[in-house]
Structure formats: C-alpha cells, structure tokens
Write a protein that binds this ligand. Sequence first.
Ligand SMILES: Cc1ncc(COP(=O)(O)O)c(C=O)c1O
Length: 289
Amino acid sequence: MTTLVWAGGLLRAEDEPIVSAQDHGWTVGDGVFETLEVVRGRAFALSRHLKRLAYSAARMGMAEIDAEAVREGVGEILAAGPDSTRLRITVSTGRGPQATARGTGPHTIVVTATDGPRPAECRAVRVPWRRNERSPLAGVKSTSYAENVVMMEFARSRGADEALMANTHGHLCEGTGSNILIERGDEIVTPPLASGCLPGITRGLALEWGADAGLPIRAAAPGELEMSVLDEVLRGEAFAAVSSSTRRIQPLASLDGTALVAGPLLSGLRDVFESAAALDVDPGPRRGK
Ligand SMILES: Cc1ncc(COP(=O)(O)O)c(C=O)c1O
C-alpha cells in the first residue's frame, strides 16, 4: 500500500517527520479529522466532509480552519495519486504547551492518501464500553480516538473488524468507525444524533437518498433503539448494516461470531446508495442539514 503525504504546502516523503514534538495534536489529541473515499481520482462528498471538519473544529473551540489550504492539499495529493482509494485530512491546533491548556497555533494541516481496498465485509462484535452522549466530544470527529482504538482491538482479538457500542443509557449508538442501520418490521431506522453518534456523511446520504428513492428510512426517536435490538438481529428477527465513508452501506456479515444474512430493505438501500453515488461525486449539503 502506498501512502502519499501533503503537509505545510508540500508533498512529502512517506516517512518524513512533519509534526513538532510540541504539537498539541500529538501530545493530547487536540485536533479534528476526516476520512474520505476517493472515486475515480476525486474525493467523494468533499463539500460535506469540509463542512463537518469545520463543525468539529467549532465544537472543539478551535480557530477556524483554512479551508482553502485543505482544498489545496486535497487537490495536490489527488493529482499525485489519482489511483488512491482513501484520503485523510487531519488538522491539529498546532504547537502548544506540554500540558492540557491549548497554545495559539497555527494549525498543523496534513492530508494523506492511500490505495488500499475497501473492507470486503463487516464482522462486528458488541463491546462492553459505552459512548458518552454527554461528552464534549460526542458527535465530533476529533483525533482523540483512543477509546475507539481500544474497542477496535477488542473486536480484532475476536476475529472481527468493527465494534458496536451503546451509549450511557444503553441505547444503540454506533461503531468505532461507522454508523449503524437496523431493518426492523418494514422500515430502516438508525440511532439519532442525540445518541452521541457521529453525524456520519454516509448516514446522512443514506437517509436522504433512501427517502428520495421511496425507501422507509428514518432516524429513530431518542431511546427507541435499545442495544437489545441486536439480540433481535441475532435471532433473525431484524437485520443490521453499517455505514461509513470506507464501507458505504455494508450489511453485517456476522455479529459476535454468528453469521447473518442481509435484510431486503438494507440491500435495497445499498443499491440505491451505489447508484446515487455513481451519479454525483460531490452531493452538496442540503438546506438546513
Ligand atoms: C465514530 C464514527 N462513527 C461513524 C462514522 C461514519 O462516518 P462517515 O460516514 O462520515 O464516514 C465514522 C467514520 O469514520 C466514525 O469514526
């Protein structure tokens, strides 16, 4: 797998040191990021990802991110690696004290691209830890992702590649790098943002494109989806899929080691998503969303 790196206005060698030892992103995870899919040399849903990057920064109280610099980095890295499949934008608050208090920057902006394949399937496990929907970082794509790393290691040690968690109320929340969709009865429901999940770009597009196509899909009411809905999935009474920029819509292949089949509505949603994504590589944010 090749990794391309852009930082400080320049393309860099993959192993070139680019971040100061005093960078607050490095010392305390004080930064934000985005992961995007690359489709035929273009960053998929770039406008939405840049909007969420700005949202995450605002939620963290960071200074406004230089979107032009980010776009420049994205452009240069895609020109250098048109066969890339995945792109990451990372922005930290830059140099700061070796303490929790933040410095005055300037931001460190890094864009990287890789050409690895999309995960072929999703084998998920439930984890005993919970997402804190009251955390200041709930719904923020912050570089403070070590909780997710621990949960993913738990999953990997059990032969899985995604970890699903509840929030502090025991309501279904999300995965470490994906949102979750449940097909129950004759509709698809996904945990609401109030659950503490990330406002996933893929989740948002699935809700919009699914509804446009006439599929019965909606965000659940707070508390409507208990974590125990996954027991229904294991019993074959409901179905589940994950959504993310790297997976798109992926029905669960297994949960806690039990093989699952794809639900008909979720399979339909996956097809709707694939068709719509093929027509529009940068579906702009809709008014009010
Ligand atoms: C915690 C978490 N939830 C959900 C998602 C899915 O978001 P998106 O569809 O924007 O990739 C991600 C993406 O990495 C994530 O990290």
